[in-house]
Design a protein around this ligand. Structure first.
Ligand code: HEC
Length: 203
């Protein structure tokens, strides 16, 4: 603002293009000589405002009520081919490492294979949702034999036969035990409701 326009005093105002002030406007607030007028909001502004309200209703129903795909799941869906290729590459390398098992746990087709095998072989003792029963809860953060990917793989392969956990390595083969391990990794720390109380060491 130039010194000249300042000199016009209280009722000389900058023209913003959004509605032109006139001395007849009602001042609703005045603080430190800054005056707020009771002007009508411009139509373009009101239209934009009402449009955001209408948009929010559609947004709410799509994402909150109808399960619209959020950014995390759309990212995971788009990354699937990359993660599956990574899992296949590490599997082909041969060594059963924590990285390899973690990569398998991100490959949806391996996880669903593991889910099916879990339902058939493990659910009787660990519950279908992994919450535990005869065997411990696999969805909490406490582990008797270690919750790291390679420890879980080893427990499932060799079992804890003197405590009632069968050895699955010979019966199912390494590939299927890996798929089950991948599924167990997806259940870890999900704390399903109604699960058995934690056993072992919290990790
Ligand atoms: C006959 C019952 C039974 C079946 C079937 C069974 N488990 Fe177990 N599982 C147990 C018991 C009991 C334990 C606890 C062993 C202990 O106390 O050391 C256990 C322990 C485990 C643990 C270690 C948990 C920890 O806290 O360290 C894992 C992992 C596990 N089972 C996975 C599986 C998977 C995967 C299957 C299916 C392939 C399976 N179990 C099938 C009874 C069973």
């Amino acid at each position: 603002m130039s010194a000249d326009s300042l000199a016009h005093g209280k009722h000389a105002h900058l023209q913003t293009g959004i509605g032109v002030d006139t001395p007849a406007d009602t001042v609703v607030h005045a603080v430190d000589d800054i005056e707020e007028y009771d002007n009508r909001l411009p139509n373009w502004w009101l239209l934009t405002f009402y449009a955001t309200i209408i948009f929010s209703v559609g947004y709410f129903f799509h994402y909150q009520m109808l399960g619209g795909e959020g950014t995390i799941s759309s990212y995971e869906r788009e990354m699937q081919p990359v993660w599956a290729a990574e899992a296949a590459r590490l599997r082909a390398a041969g060594a059963v490492t924590p990285q390899m098992l973690t990569a398998l746990a991100r490959d949806q087709s391996i996880v669903s294979q593991g889910r099916a095998l879990f339902a058939t072989n493990c659910a009787s003792c660990h519950a279908a949702n992994g919450g535990g029963g005869i065997g411990p809860n696999l969805t909490d953060s406490a582990w008797i034999h270690g919750g790291a990917a390679d420890r879980i793989y080893r427990t499932i392969t060799t079992g804890v036969t003197n405590k009632g956990m069968p050895a699955w390595g010979a019966q199912l083969g390494a590939d299927r035990v890996q798929a089950i391990t991948a599924f167990v990794l997806t259940m870890k720390n999900t704390n399903v409701p109604g699960g058995r109380a934690a056993q072992g060491t919290p990790e």
